[in-house]
Design a binder for this molecule. Sequence first.
Ligand code: TYM
Length: 322
Amino acid sequence: MARVLTGIQSSGRPHLGNLLGAIMPAIQLTENEGQESLLFIADLHSFTTIKDPAIRKENTKSIAAAWLACGLDTSKSIFYRQSKIPEVCELTWFLNCVTPYPMLANAHSFKDKAGRLSDVNAGLFDYPVLMAADIIMYDAEMVPVGKDQRQHVEMTRDIAKAFNHQFGEIFVIPEAKIDNQVMTIPGIDGQKMSKSYGNIIDVFLPEKKLKKNVMSIVTDSTPMEEPKNPDTCNVFNIFKTLANKDQISEMRSNYEGGNYGYGHAKTALFELMLDHFSEERKRFDHFMKNESVIEQHLQEGEEKARTIARDVMKRVKTTIGF
Ligand code: TYM
């Protein structure tokens, strides 16, 4: 049995990219393949950008509700908030001290912002090491993530190997698990869907707002009567991530046949979303209204996560002489 681990930052509401890139694959690995899993909310990571406590708390609640709504079963998975496991910060420090500066300077998460260095706080620079600690702390072997996190998992492997090289084989070397079918979900503007780009599709919005969200997907100005290229269209590319084969080929011929406008395509996508996520949307609303239930699930998971973390920290400290 491989130990699976993945986390979602609480830097905004959960979106379609989070669901398809990480939440659903991680839950499937637990449910279908019986893997042991640790699934968490990376609220310390979100502090690199979100400083308002009330906003961060609300985001944490909605990410937790999304995990539970998508089927996370707390009798099979350890479910927790990163910030409730203080050992992770302690491990980050030890890992920092074997991490070469150029590795961090090369991280996309930092390089994207390096043009505006005054906006980069030390937490953002060190972000990949905290992520490495998240993974290494629990001897995780498999890390289901979207493609954008591949580099971070590669760094985790390098940091774990550097530590092992210096102190003996104490850490497991994890592997990223990236679903090639899903890869990177585009946002409403065609760039990667991301909380920080403000281009997300929030599948848990109330129906009217979700419709507005889907209708705001950017398209070109090809008139309704003319045939359209589905492969260069955001609406089609998002539709493809949820639809079955028949639905995809029907949509493709609608595009290519003409007399099918982007408004029609967006309505079809909206309806597909309502259908595809109907149970999840109901459960999300239920959990959002019952914060104490979320809290109870998290506290149970936090106790279990902390027990593992304490043991691992003992092992680390004994090995490195503290
Ligand atoms: P975050 O919060 O940016 O994203 C959470 C997960 O969702 C995936 N994802 C996407 N997948 C496909 N298409 C998209 N457009 C898309 N946008 C986001 C991400 O790849 C990710 O899997 N650093 C991490 C959180 C983290 C973590 C960890 C993950 C902290 N510690 C340990 C795994 C293991 C992050 O910011 O993800």
